[in-house]
Design a protein around this ligand. Sequence first.
Ligand code: ZN
Ligand code: ZN
Length: 422
Amino acid sequence: MECGGQLDDTDKLPQRHLPTAQKKCVRCGKAAVLVVQTSAAFCRECFLNYFTHKFRSGLGKTRVVQPGERVLLAFSGGPSSAALLHLVKRGMEEGTQKKRLRIEPGLVFVDEGSIVQGFDVGQRQKAVQTVSKLAEDTGFPVHFVMLEDVLTDEHSTETDPLVTVSDSEETSQDTTEDVERQVKSPSIDDSSADRLKRLFEDAKSLTAKEDLLQMLRSKLLVRVARMHGYTKVMVGDSGTRLSVRIMADIAKGRGAALPLNTGFADDRHGDVVIVRPMRDFIAKEISMYNTICQVESVFLPMLTTKVAEKASIGHLTEAFISGLQVNFPSTVSTVFRTGAKLGVSHDQPEGHKRCAMCKAPLDTGQTPLQSSVYKTSLAPAGDDSGECVATGQDLGPSLCHGCSLTVADLGDWSTLPDQLYA
Ligand SMILES: [Zn+2]
Ligand SMILES: [Zn+2]
């Protein structure tokens, strides 16, 4: 868990923006080896200080996470969440007692293998084992869940579908066996895996599939947190990821939920708050941190792996932003800073309705222009409330504009699993 000093060659660092030898570290004046998002040059030591300080001050300033709080860290195996785990672990171990990060962390990994095309049980098993090895190295309790678990009944008392595979006290031998057993029978309730597959097959566009995945993943994370007594969930969304999301959300008509989708704290679920402490870092900085601190991450195939650039709004936006970022290194921070200026209005009336699916404040039916947009996929509720609901015999659940488009893509709302509205 020590950082810095071990790597003498700069070969392993990203090459594109390496400064020339004459650049000096903006903090100490030594020869700089790294350039960060502000185009400031740093030596290795000052970069680590900058990075760690920024992470800690983000948590300190916002006061969202309280000392002693149980925090669930969402680990995907990717570089950003791997850096998050490393930062938390270091924060809890280093420095004076008073300055240490005082939280009770646990880890969660959501296995999304069932919706990845061509990803067989063997590959899935291997992927989970690789992640479990990295997860267990932290010494934190680890919870393994599968995405299809979200479609099991939350209040079911028969079985607990959300199995905690690993605990810090267990030996890794036991854990590996448990993981194997888990993956061999892809779900305790096999029908939930089938239902999840069918749901994703029913979505015509990849954009709808991505929105669905995002929504189900958040619901599952919150559910695992509730079941195990965590009050915060930390996710690894980087500034780069979030700036793509800002642009994509606007394009998808999800602009009203943007402050919740990209802000530091997302409190739409009430008792469990989703926190994004990596949002101040761009992907390049995270990869520098991981290189210097030798933080391991794994690449796992996802829903959108190997799809064409124009396959979805999210994918196209990502290609657009990263294309700009190559020649204009402040692209991400500009988009991100602009997006961060948007906030959720707190003067909404008491009992203001939330979207039944994504739980964001309802943005529908406020102006004639908006309602005309809905007519393409939705019918008005029939009263004078100005609300729009998905088409069907009965009044459907109230949906925000973005979710109503997702549901329209999926077909009839009444055939969708109830858990989507939970
Ligand atoms: Zn320096
Ligand atoms: Zn919604």
